[in-house]
Ligand binder design. Structure first.
Ligand SMILES: *[C@@H]1O[C@H](CO)[C@@H](O)[C@H](O)[C@H]1NC(C)=O
Length: 133
């Protein structure tokens, strides 16, 4: 192999390890689960967690629940596999209203719904969407 292809392989491995680092249960909890009774999106969508390559994340969903209840969705599921919750949760979408920032202004849209998450080793690691998978 020439030096270029070795570099390419290293780059791919680095990229993949970064991907798996950003998709884990601890990050999922900080990004998507709240113990507040009502989220203020302008205050909650602040910090590196809600930036993608320096830009404000366009949309993020918060789940009003405990970590244990959300983890239950992935009970016994080794995955990776997308699984819908059987119960519905109170949810708030924080939707970016301008990309001037960070910090950027957000509006909120709340509803009750089931959620679809990616399960890996019995833990939610990625929020797929509101509703069924
Ligand atoms: C968030 O900030 C924007 C722009 O300052 C404002 O229009 C909006 O009402 C704020 N939302 C909340 C929930 O405070």
């Amino acid at each position: 192999m020439c030096a270029k292809s070795i570099l390419l392989v290293f780059g791919i491995i680095l990229g993949l390890s970064h991907l798996s680092l950003s998709q884990d249960w601890a990050t999922f909890q900080r990004k998507h689960i709240t113990d507040k009774s009502n989220i203020n999106c302008n205050n909650s969508m602040v910090g590196n967690l809600f930036l993608i390559r320096g830009q404000c994340k366009p949309i993020n969903t918060f789940i009003y629940s405990t970590a244990a209840t959300v983890q239950d969705i992935c009970r016994g599921e080794q995955g990776p596999k997308n699984v819908a919750s059987s119960r519905s949760f109170k949810l708030t979408d924080c939707i970016r209203t301008s990309d001037r920032g960070p910090p950027c202004p957000y509006r909120s849209d709340s509803q009750d719904n089931v959620i679809c998450v990616t399960c890996q080793r019995t833990r939610p690691v990625h929020f797929v969407k509101k509703g069924r998978c």
